[in-house]
Ligand binder design. Structure first.
Ligand code: 5GP
Length: 180
């Protein structure tokens, strides 16, 4: 099992790049099927989701789509602060659009809930959530359960494939779990 060191902590590989590619394709296939004939607007949640979004959007089949970005921050180090610090306002109108929020990971669900409320207020036609990772045990709000999930995960802290540890490790092609 491959391990790496990041800021004094040991992490071990949990999802290989090959497994990630399979997970992403499975999500892309379901979205391609569900949005046939529609023109969804993907709202990518920066910073973490940029890697997943780039693979996901290129794996869609026959979908004419649009993409925009937003930013919400609730994490410091390895723990959620519980409050959402920054929101970069959307640069595109979501009114009457079929929106798919793209997340790297859904943990408490606060970020997704907050964004859903924003998008509802802006009169989106429909709102769904696609996430690479989902921590079901940590979900605080049932209505934040993602519609499309790459892989479910236990409560461990993970890095790589867009997910950071205080800004670092986003560029790792695999996903690593902290070693206890
Ligand atoms: P939530 O609002 O669902 O609690 O958290 C969502 C955000 O927290 C994610 O977009 C991600 O940035 C961050 N996050 C949650 N769990 C982890 C984790 O295990 N590792 C990293 N690096 N970030 C996480």
């Amino acid at each position: 099992m491959k391990t790496i060191n990041e800021q004094g902590y040991t992490f071990q590989e949990w999802l290989s790049p090959e497994q990630i590619a399979k997970d992403v394709q499975q999500v892309a296939d379901r979205i391609s099927e569900d949005y046939k004939g529609k023109e969804p607007l993907f709202v990518v949640v920066l910073n973490g989701a940029f890697v997943f979004a780039s693979d996901l959007l290129r794996a869609l089949k026959g979908i004419h789509c649009d993409v925009t970005f937003t930013r919400v921050s609730s994490y410091s180090g390895m723990a959620s602060t519980g409050t959402l610090d920054v929101i970069v306002p959307l640069q595109k109108s979501v009114k009457q659009r079929d929106v798919i929020i793209v997340e790297d990971i859904v943990d408490s669900g606060l970020t997704v809930n907050r964004l859903k409320a924003e998008l509802q207020a802006l009169e989106a036609n429909s709102i769904r959530v696609a996430t690479m990772l989902f921590k079901p045990n940590k979900l605080e709000r049932k209505d934040a359960k993602p519609d499309y999930i790459g892989h479910e995960i236990t409560d461990d802290f993970v890095i790589g494939y867009g997910l950071d540890f205080d800004g670092y490790a986003r560029n790792l092609p695999a996903i690593y779990k902290i070693k206890k």
